[in-house]
Design a protein around this ligand. Sequence first.
Ligand code: G3I
Length: 334
Amino acid sequence: MKTGQRSELKSLCEQYSKFFYIGAAVDCDRMDHYKAIIDRHFNSITPENSMKFNVIHPEADEFDWQGADAIVSYALNSGKIVRGHTLLWHQQLPNWVFSSENHPICRESLLRIMEKHICEIVSRYKGKVNIWDVVNEALSDDIGFFRSTSWLDVIGEDYIKKAFCFAREANPDAKLFYNDFNGNKKDKQDRIFELIRGMKKENVPVDGVGIQAHYNIFYPELDDIKREIERYSKLGVRIHITELDISVFDFSDGRKDMIIPSYEQLQRQEEMYYRIFEIYRQYNDVIDNVTLWGVADDYTWLDNYPVSGRKDWPLLFDEQLKAKNVLNRVMDIR
Ligand code: G3I
């Protein structure tokens, strides 16, 4: 049997089973819509928004488990793993967190809020969700080391370490990740490396780095992708590719008039996905999971970023939920 024929018969996650898990981000409102594709091609699921602070913990004494529960039970019933996303972030925060009656909120009160938030969620899914993006995007993209956030302002620089310790307490068996973007850029990569190195030195329980991988057909350089993986692997941590997608637009391209992607854009996208998966396979000794940030081109966060209301086509399945040619390229692992 020729390689091409064999690829068509296998699913994406079967084809990659000896390398790493293949995941997709999805929310419960689109789970049925994508069920056939997810059932067949993905063996890992990340809730795109259902576990974010404002959704799961909308009021101080109220947790809303509906969306997260639905995703977790679907995943478990269909033999898939779940990447929990994300316990602490500067976005998607409900107002109550930073505006208490004893305004301004003090370090101790905020630490108790953080502890309750992390412990309730991680404990609820103990044994079901064993991978967590504990802290998301806490480092600066320009000057300074830390991103300027209210968590940092109120608690101080140790808020990241505290978050990992709370998560470990709640589930000693969970694998705990720091998740960020732009690590292909030298300055940001240095910060991520230093953060993890420092935490390991102080025995803070961090198990891995999540490389988000929001790329486009022109960016980044493949060598920078390799360098980033090599750098983190020196820290003795695991690596997950947590949010892969490849926009068909250069970041500075503001066009809004396209209704379908051009042949050239799709060709470039195929080549980029092919090369990137080739790199991931090369480093499969440290990479355990490659997750796409979405399922099919009919819905992607990139439809509103960086140009609001501009359609993008960054994924492996098209707007009719049919496999794009790029899927065959990714499955070609000769
Ligand atoms: O659910 C509400 C809906 O009730 C309301 O009518 C509608 C009006 O705008 O908003 C809906 O919420 C939106 C939510 O997605 C669900 O669709 C939010 O406005 C919107 O901001 C939110 O965007 C998400 C974004 O994170 C912010 O949380 C994207 O879907 C999600 O793909 C994106 O994912 C992030 C990762 O978590 C972290 N890394 C970057 C990545 C891309 O930004």
